[in-house]
Design a binder for this molecule. Structure first.
Ligand code: ATP
Length: 209
């Protein structure tokens, strides 16, 4: 089959967005020759606390952060869907909206290690391919359900619309939104950890104090 539009799906809470989200997304975009990467903020993440900041403000920060990269797009689909944000529902809705697109769900190796606990993970693989990002040289899973899945589905290049798994070594920055929220709440500098425009927005709106 021929892959048409190849779209990377980068989901998260983005509370707030930082360089640890942006640099890996750029490396995946370039390595897989994606047509675009969609940043999809969760409306109500399933496995964690409700974000501190409104969905609208998280979107505004994403927009500021991706402004200079035309292939990065904000997609409000999980906010429009409302309710708890299950990836399988998001992909179903995306597929309905864009039946000709091929979706590649981006996730870190830590998330992939628990992928078999995700709600309807088989449904996810029926709708999208996966790209598992990891530190260079980090071993990929070889045991258990995830090891088997990786072994069965791994491909060097995507050739199908869904169900294939790629892995990609990327530059990982030891950075999390949790750490950034902690810096911000203590009044510490977040320079060089997130785009300046986002830091300015946070200051102006007095977020994460
Ligand atoms: P929090 O600290 O609030 O849990 P976070 O920064 O870890 O947030 P989210 O905004 O929830 O992350 O986004 C999750 C997605 O971003 C996941 O796919 C995660 O693997 C990826 N991600 C987050 N930080 C990094 C990082 N430093 N390097 C690579 N990927 C990252």
């Amino acid at each position: 089959m021929q892959i048409k539009r190849l779209i990377g799906i980068n989901g998260g809470t983005f509370d707030p967005i930082h360089f640890g989200h942006l640099r890996p997304a750029l490396e995946v975009l370039n390595a897989l020759h994606l047509d675009e990467v969609r940043f999809i903020p969760a409306y109500r993440p399933v496995h964690r606390d409700t974000p501190q900041v409104s969905a609208e403000q998280r979107c505004e920060m994403i927009e500021l952060a991706i402004h200079n990269q035309p292939k990065f797009k904000l997609d409000r689909i999980e906010i429009e869907l409302g309710g708890p944000s299950y990836t399988v529902n998001t992909l179903r809705a995306l597929k309905e909206r864009e039946p000709d697109a091929t979706f590649v769900l981006m996730m870190g190796s830590d998330a992939f290690a628990k992928f078999d606990t995700w709600h309807d993970w088989k449904g996810i693989l029926a709708l999208a391919n996966l790209v598992v990002t990891h530190r260079p040289g980090e071993p990929m899973p070889s045991e258990g359900e995830i090891g088997r899945l990786f072994h069965q589905r791994w491909v060097p290049n995507l050739t199908q619309d869904a169900g294939q798994i790629l892995d990609l070594p990327i530059t990982q920055l030891d950075l999390s939104a949790t750490a950034l929220r902690s810096y911000l709440s203590h009044g510490d500098s977040v320079d060089y950890l997130m785009p300046e425009s986002v830091a300015r927005y946070i200051k102006e709106h007095q977020l994460y104090q």
